[in-house]
Design a protein around this ligand. Structure first.
Ligand code: 1CP
Length: 351
């Protein structure tokens, strides 16, 4: 964010890719790279009373952030937290039931919405920024720190349903039936998310990713209104505050609408899901964007030929573009550690 930024980008392969540089070896990190597939994560997770306590305890969150870096030598660490800390900080308390995922008191009425704070309680999120600061100080000079948030549509879908669902039908229905109210919720999330990312960047994050994990359940008109436009507003706000901050968007399932997404002004990279064909994406998406992805998490879980072929096809497809190797969605908890080791070894050998 200073005159030194290009040198930093040179030293850190992830930042170089986000600045548009092509290198022989694609830098690599994996979505959800910290977590239950790691025995050392399960061990420290057991020491916190709840998942949110875990996220809000800097010593533990820092350790969870660094575990996959120590084990695999990834090119980027992603701050250990969750997208649902934003509803939590807006006053819609979040809990995580063992083995069942998140639980929130669903937002159903105008009164429920009015019960939310206008802005996050930043004191509740202070441990997240402290974690970012500490992790950044602990990383070696070649590893970048990524901060993140959920996209307004994805976060709103959990706030409305109060839990994970297969297709976010509760939020889609809410948006059809009460569009003004839904727009109000999205507005709150746009403001909160932009400010949250800015604070992560000022605390030590060097790039940010906006996870729109549920973009793909929306028909095109709703997609533009609830997924695309709010993310474009966040990017514009962040660009105004921090002109050089690298921003990645991950619109999972965007499919035919991916091109519109890639056209968002100010994006540095775009995360591609498993359904995207690398060669077609490399040919179609604007050259100014780094492309991130998109090995099938199930190929990583399966290992063997499926893994090796998947890696090789991914690399071949994105050849010629600034590329960040990643999965098409988060790593699965059953993934064998040896397969992740094999992935990193193959990427570094190919490079
Ligand atoms: O007890 C536990 O260990 C809970 C499992 C867990 C973990 C490890 C949850 C609950 N969140 C996380 C961490 C997390 N979540 C990270 C950390 C950094 C990393 O290593 O990548 C990140 C980036 C997230 C982001 C997140 N949370 C997303 C977007 C990415 C994606 O996978 O689509 C979503 C949708 C969530 C919500 C959430 N949090 C946790 C769960 C189980 C879920 C999914 C709920 C559902 O839809 O059923």
């Amino acid at each position: 964010m200073t005159a030194a930024a290009p040198d930093v980008a040179m030293a850190k392969p992830l930042l170089a890719a986000l600045a548009g540089e092509r290198r022989r070896a694609s830098p690599v990190w994996l979505m959800r790279q910290a977590g239950r597939y790691l025995p050392e994560y399960r061990a420290i997770r057991a020491s916190a009373a709840s998942f949110l306590d875990f996220c809000y305890t800097p010593t533990l969150a820092m350790e969870a952030t660094l575990q996959p870096i120590r084990r695999f030598g990834f090119d980027a660490a992603i701050l250990f937290s969750d997208i649902l800390v934003i509803p939590d900080a807006l006053g819609q308390r979040v809990s995580f039931e063992e083995g069942e995922g998140p639980r929130l008191k669903p937002i159903e009425t105008a009164a429920d919405l009015a019960g939310l704070a206008e802005a996050p309680d930043w004191s509740r999120l202070a441990p997240v920024f402290e974690t970012a600061e500490r992790v950044r100080a602990a990383l070696t000079s070649d590893v970048a720190l990524i901060g993140f948030c959920g996209a307004p549509w994805t976060v709103a879908s959990y706030m409305i349903a109060g839990r994970g669902t297969p297709d976010q039908a509760p939020a889609r229905l809410f948006a059809y039936r009460q569009p003004e109210l839904f727009a109000r919720l999205i507005d709150i999330l746009v403001e909160a998310s932009a400010a949250y990312l800015e604070r992560q960047l000022r605390a030590g994050a060097e790039a940010v990713q906006i996870f729109d994990s549920w973009a793909g359940v929306l028909p095109p008109a709703e997609f533009e209104r609830w997924s695309l436009a709010p993310i474009a507003r966040i990017v514009a706000k962040l660009r105004a505050a921090l002109p050089d901050a690298p921003i990645i968007a991950f619109p999972r399932g965007a499919a035919t609408e991916l091109g519109k997404f890639a056209a968002i002004d100010g994006l540095s990279g775009i995360g591609l899901d498993t359904a995207v064909e690398p060669r077609a994406a490399a040919a179609a998406l604007p050259a100014r964007l780094a492309l991130q992805g998109n090995l099938d998490p199930l190929a990583l879980l399966a290992g063997g030929r499926a893994l090796d072929d998947g890696i090789d096809r991914t690399l071949a497809g994105f050849a010629g573009r600034a590329h960040i190797f990643n999965l098409g969605h988060g790593i699965l908890p059953e993934t064998p550690i040896a397969h992740v080791e094999r992935l990193v070894a193959r990427l570094r050998k190919t490079g």
